[in-house]
Every structure is written in structure tokens, then in C-alpha cells.
Ligand binder design. Sequence first.
Ligand code: HEM
Length: 454
Amino acid sequence: MRLPRGCSRLAAGSAAPEGHREGNPGEHREATPGGHRGAAPVLAALLGLGVVVAYGERRRRTAQAAQAAPTPPFPRYTRAEVAQHRTPADRVWVTYGTDVFDVTEFVELHPGGPDKILLAAGGALEPFWALYAVHSEPHVLELLREYKVGELSPEEAAPPPGDSADPFAGDPPRHPALRVNSAKPFNAEPPPELLTQSFLTPNELFFTRNHLPVPAVDAASYRLRVEGPGGRALSLSLAELRRRFPKHEVTATLQCAGNRRSEMSRVRPVKGLAWDIGAISTARWGGARLRDVLLAAGVRDSTENGEWHVCFEGLDADASGTPYGASIPLKRALSADAEVLLAYEMNGRELPRDHGFPVRVVVPGVVGARSVKWLRSVAVSPEESPSHWQQNDYKGFCPSVDWDSVDFGAAPAIQELPVQSAITEPRPGAAVPAGELTVKGYAWSGGGREVVRV
Ligand code: HEM
């Protein structure tokens, strides 16, 4: 199969539970569901009838129970108490609305796989079910009701207030499935088994690489400054960017340069965030072509500027006001084939705050660090971006170089990334049943080269 530039082919599936959330064996008010629960699954398993029969049986019994059972008075729990129930050994609890459920017996029966349910263990179902609409059917809620063991105290329904002294206090809420490598700045990746659940990564699960606090941008007053040659400049509102330039869409994969660093560190310790295999995600991006905007700013499509660069700055800044910045070669920016975008849409929706609202650069095939988010300026220059992240970070070195001998000035800034592939399931060290095994993963052609051999 021929892949579009910068695209990954992601297969759907599920993986063995990894136990990434460690539950504390909690002292909790024991509210184990009645002995009748779990009897059908156990019986079905013993008879070799499998999960499908057990699940059908449960649905039938659930309907009966809904008619017959009086509502018992339920004990109250705090979210912290619920959070102690994250593994089958500690029992698997979840919340939905203000109700608390012990779904331990259902974990192995879950039609979407035990690993998926365990991702929500100890917390709320809503963020997960928002991604998988299959749960919005009444029979799913009916089934869930059978596992109810308690209720949240009313004051537990609201999230805790933020801390205004914290520069990261204004960061947006995040999906609980994300595996957080650093909270401030926020850097997180989807669990491998959700990454390969769909070809396009849902916005909520798209890996997030932030270097600084997420800026709060008012879309109505937002302006993008575009500096062309000879002092010519444009200042575009979001509405003007949408109106003046044709909308172009491209399906592209972005990858952090540090993807799979945790594996490298097993060979030799490496500095930086310990990314697993999920610092890569794919979306359908929509926006103006950078090429069109540059031409409108007076940049000429000729070879005379062959070695020039396009420098980007974000609205995210450190305490001294220094913004995030990066650059790409002008040649790539002007190439119609390279499809570099000033994107304002991600999978058909406006950009989420973590992914650069209201406008970000998307450079397909190139290290994610150049796809500057919360874009505030674009400038054509004979020099690369002077930013720290262009000059003294995101560069590759041979294995003999270490932190004592490294000379960032001697190495070129990373642009195109090479081919990449990883297995998402089963996970390393997983125990798998004997016999046929489905292996899932992703492969990405990197900087737009064709795959010639697998
Ligand atoms: C107590 C919690 C849960 C319950 C009771 C539940 C229940 C169900 C049911 C009944 C179905 C089959 C629906 C149908 O086809 O009619 C289903 C499918 C599915 N569930 Fe869940 N679920 C739970 C949690 C989760 C979580 C947390 C996730 C994701 C992280 C998830 C992901 C899925 C997926 C992907 C499918 C579709 C599987 C397929 O298409 O083959 N579920 N779930």
C-alpha cells in the first residue's frame, strides 16, 4: 500500500492489561456485589462457552433484575476512595455521573477487551465513553447499573479549584487515558492499545508535547504576523486567514523526536522525557497552505532564496517572555508537494488548546518540534530560527557524543524523520496464550519517502 506523505497506517485492536496504574490495596467500605454476580461468566468459562454467551446472559438477567430489584440505599464514597480500586486484585471501580460501580466481574467479559476497561479503572467513565459512542446505547447503561455499589458524595462531583499562582494553572483539562511523562509542562502520550484503535488519533488522545504553559488565546482578537522580504508584512485575523486563503486538508502524522526514548535508555541512559512508543499520532488537518500565505506576503517562488528559512514563533513564552520558536527551510515551505499548513482544524474540529488553538503550523514528515503551536509570527529569513529549540535542542549526534562533549553548533537541526515502526500489542513482557496471536502496531514512512520493503 502506498501511504500519503507523513501518514501512518494504524491497525485497530486491544492489548493485554499492563497495570500502568498502580492501585493501593485500600481500606474501603466493602460493598462487593452480591454472590449472584459473576456466576454466569464463571459457568460460561467452565463450560467453554466463552465471553459472548456470558455477555448475552448478563444482558438478559440485567433486564429481569431491572424489573424486579428494589433500589438499595447505597454507601457514599469519595473520588480518592474510588481511585484505590484500579486492578482486579483491588477490585475495579469506576464512576458514571455520581454513581460508583464495581465492574470487576465484567472486566473479562467486556466486548471491547479487558484492557480498555482497565484504562478507566479508579475514575470516571465519561471521558472514555465520549470517544467510543458504542456506549451511548441504553443496554450499556442498563448493564452498568447492575454493578452499582455506591454513590459519590455531592461535593465530590465538582473538580478541585485551580491554583492561580501556578503558571500552568490555566492549562486545559486532559483526557485521563493519557500517560503523562511530565505534568508541567504537559507532555503525554496515548496508551499503545488506544493508539492503534483507529487510524486517525482522536484529538483527546493525540500525543501532547508542550515546552511551556498553554497560552490562553482570544480567537476574536488573535492576529498572525507574517513578515515577507523587504519589510513587507501581513497581519491576519483568524477570520481573514480562513477567508483569504483556500482551505487545504492533509492527513499527516506528527512525531516527537523523543518517541521511544525509554527504549533507548535501556541501551544507554539518555536525557529527556521518557517517551514510550506513543509520541506519534495522526490527524486530518485543515487550514491555509503556508505557501499561499507567504506568496501573499510578497515572497517570490524562485530559486534565489534557496537556502533561506521560515521562522515561526509561538504565543507560549517562558517567564522572561521568550517564546517557543523553530524554523524550516523556505524551499519546503514553498513546495506545493510538502503541503505545509497553517492549520486551524484538527480532525474536523477547531484546534484544541493543547494542540495550538487557534492556529498552528503542520509540517508533514518533519519532526513535530517544527510544527509550532499557538502561532504568533512567521518570518522569512536568511538564518534559521535563533530559538533555543532550533539551535541547542532537537539535533542528532553519533553514539560517541555525550553531554560533556556535545557541540550543538556542529550538528544540523533535525528536519525530516526516518522511517518508524513499533508493535503496540502485545506489550513487551506480556503473557500471551499459546496458539495464534494477533500482533498490532504502526508503521510510518517518515519524511515522505515511499516504503519499498517490509
Ligand atoms: C464499566 C465500563 C464499561 C462497560 C460497562 C462497557 C460496555 C461495553 C459494551 C456493552 C460494549 C458492546 C456494545 C455493543 O456492541 O452493543 C462495549 C464495546 C466497546 N467498549 Fe466498552 N464498556 C466499558 C468501558 C470501556 C472503556 C473504558 C473503553 C475505552 C477505553 C471501552 C471501549 C470499548 C470499545 C472500543 C468497544 C467496541 C469494541 C468493538 O467494536 O468490537 N469500554 N463496551
